[in-house]
Design a protein around this ligand. Structure first.
Ligand code: FE2
Length: 179
């Protein structure tokens, strides 16, 4: 197999180095194994969100109120005005979408960083919809047309969305999603 890069010396090669064997042993004792979520319905199903969208949940971090998922908007549509209390990182996988407040359009390969406090309105003009991977922190607050808080979504909203669907459809809750 092709070697993609020359690996650095193993951390415990030098007992007096910056990562001595004692620390490597501690790391091995307390580290948390890597996680793999295969692309199957059993690992994490597409959970409907309204009539025109679905969410595939990938990670729930209840200690830090952080969560990751893929949002699938199945056709053109508009999500309400919303605000985040934490940062959001997004990577467009398919289709396209934009925020009414900006002049850019997210297309496949685009990376979006959303900052706390900013209000924006997601619009999908693409007739084929879009899929975007999001890493979200904090709460997601939706406002009605009069500026009143309509819905507040945190990590537990997303867990409820996932678990309720799994239990209703005989799908086991995947412990690997709870990081
Ligand atoms: Fe947002």
């Amino acid at each position: 197999m092709t070697q993609l890069f020359d690996p650095p010396p193993t951390p415990d090669a030098d007992p007096a180095g910056p990562y001595p064997a004692s620390r490597l042993a501690i790391t091995r004792e307390f580290e948390v194994p890597d996680i793999h979520v295969p692309p199957s319905e059993e690992a994490s199903p597409w959970v409907p969100w309204g009539d025109n969208a679905a969410i595939r949940h990938l990670a729930f971090d209840v200690r830090n109120n952080k969560f990751s998922n893929i949002l699938w908007v199945k056709g053109g549509g508009r999500l309400g005005v919303h605000r985040h209390s934490g940062a959001v990182r997004g990577f467009c996988l398919e289709g396209s979408w934009r925020y009414e407040e900006y002049d850019w359009v997210a297309t496949p390969g685009a990376y979006v960083h959303e900052n706390p406090g900013v209000q924006h309105t997601l619009v999908c003009d693409d007739p084929n919809g879009m899929k975007t991977l999001f890493w979200m922190e904090g709460t997601l607050e939706f406002y009605d047309d009069h500026g009143a808080l309509d819905e507040m979504m945190d990590v537990f909203w997303f867990i409820e969305h996932y678990v309720t669907y799994c239990r209703a459809h005989g799908i086991g809750v995947n412990d690997a999603l709870f990081v």
